[in-house]
Design a protein. Structure first.
Length: 202
């Protein structure tokens, strides 16, 4: 299997080719009916190269156009605690008809052409207002569907799948974020958690 590791400003994208199928070569030796098995799978070869935002967008666009899901390690804390820096996120194709409030989209930000992965907090026809869950700002602004690359359908953290933030609760998260209540609630939760940890450790 050939794997290509793409480094994108701290982001690692993995593009995997179909795995080779082991070929079994039975060898008959005299009257023996035993077969020797030859496993021809070689260790994966990994290459690395830097990508800029345009190249990443091209990679995502090509994968989504082919109806493929692509995954990469998310950088930054803008979607914390639902997506941690280093989490593996899976981006799948999406249509205007299937985008819902609270979905997490990968898109090209019109203001600076960066690839962002943020949550939809408002929808007006084929326009989507997005915002990072951990962002105290007003948001990214309105995104045209033409800038949408795909939707996050899976999150893995240290090999374990995490669904929090992708289920029915995503709509409540979006509403809290839109009203600028989410970040204060998260800050309060972290303070309570730290205080509880200190209480039980003393």
């Amino acid at each position: 299997m050939l794997r290509t590791r793409l480094l994108v400003r701290g982001m690692i994208a993995l593009e995997c080719a179909p795995a080779e199928v082991p070929r079994f070569n039975p060898i008959r030796a005299g009257k023996s009916r035993r077969h020797r098995v030859s496993n021809l799978i070689s260790p994966p070869r990994i290459t690395e190269r830097l990508l800029d935002s345009d190249e990443l967008a091209g990679l995502l666009t090509e994968a989504i156009a082919g109806n493929h899901t692509i995954c990469f390690n998310a950088p930054g804390q803008s979607m914390h605690p639902f997506i941690h820096s280093g989490d593996k996120i899976f981006i799948s194709p999406v249509t205007t008809e299937t985008i819902r409030l609270g979905d997490i989209l990968a898109f090209i930000c019109p203001s600076d052409n960066r690839v962002l992965v943020h949550r939809v907090v408002k929808i007006q026809k084929e326009y989507y207002f997005t915002k990072g869950d951990n962002a105290s700002s007003s948001g990214d602004g309105w995104i045209d569907f033409g800038n949408v690359l795909g939707r996050v359908t899976r999150i893995e953290r240290e090999g374990v799948e995490h669904r929090l933030g992708l289920g029915m609760e995503k709509q409540l998260i979006a509403l809290l974020s839109r009203g600028n209540y989410l970040v204060p609630m998260l800050i309060f939760y972290r303070r309570v958690k730290r205080g509880s940890a200190g209480l039980f450790s003393s």
